[in-house]
Design a protein. Sequence first.
Length: 372
Amino acid sequence: MPTKDYYDILGVARDASGDDIKQAYRALARRHHPDVSHDKSDAEHRFKEINEAYEVLSDPNKRAQYDRFGTVGNGAMPGGDFGFGPGTFGDIFDMFFGNVRTTAQARTAGPQRGSDLRYDLEIALEEAFSGTTKEITFNHLAQCDVCRGSGARPGTLARACDRCSGSGIMRSVRHTPLGQIVTQATCSRCGGEGHVIEHPCDACAGRGRREIERRLTVKVPAGVDDGSRIRIAGNGEAGIHNGPPGDLYVYLSVKPHALFKRDGMDTFVDVPVSFPQAALGAALTVPSLEGDVSVTLPPGTQTGTTVRLRGRGMPSVRGAQRGDHHVTVHVQVPNKLNKRQRDLLEEYAHAGGDEIDDRSFLERVKDAFRPD
């Protein structure tokens, strides 16, 4: 019989797979590591047993010998100096420090995509209705046309960094009670690039990019709304080390209109009418974003009445659909009357025109105070 039950120590079955054993080991090692446990003495003993068990059960040959004889090697159980074997230190390092062992592939010397840019463009409501074309001017980082993005003066080349041997990484080894810990950091001489430019380009000071002013024509489709965004691919900042450029995003804002209001694809306008037009009915010409349109008011139209004109609103950006145009009429009372107008109105009043059918008003008052 084995002197120690390693399966019991790790809490796994005897037919557990290698992945099950590794998962159980990591969970226990994290929980009982002396640096995180409150009971240091007990944690040190428990941590030693856990590593002994893992060192044996993670090795197929040792595990087979343990299952058959209950021991490994010449009767001596593994685990001296906390039982760190060739394969266990990496697991412990990853467990407590994460996967931070930087590789040469992770350095920044390779091509990098350029940054995206934002441009805010204000347009009128009429331009949002019909669509428009705008010319914009902005500054951005473009690839240096002198060194073609290399950063080196024409006729010269960058050389490999002598401090990191072109890897962009500096490594150091630290000895701890847990074993050797290898740390890696970005090379301070080349900044992780892996090469050094001894003769920088005079135009861009070795950066490979420089700021220039650019003019661009932007096509704004009909129907755009406040906050719409237009993406212009490849017109952002130039990439680093000949990487692809970023994109330009044009954000639109629509200026408030003095006459019209907008809600989505619908437009709204207020129109004043005279008392005779409202009382007798009238054919009106009212404004819209596509020009003047005709509206027929029925006799007895009340102030605040809204007439809906279907398909006279904003167009859709994605199709042929149109919103509606809403015309709200407001009956205007004249401030001054001439003698003829006053005589006619007094005659109208004497004929009963000043009588108000207030039944509808009284019903509204009752509804206002009626409990739900």
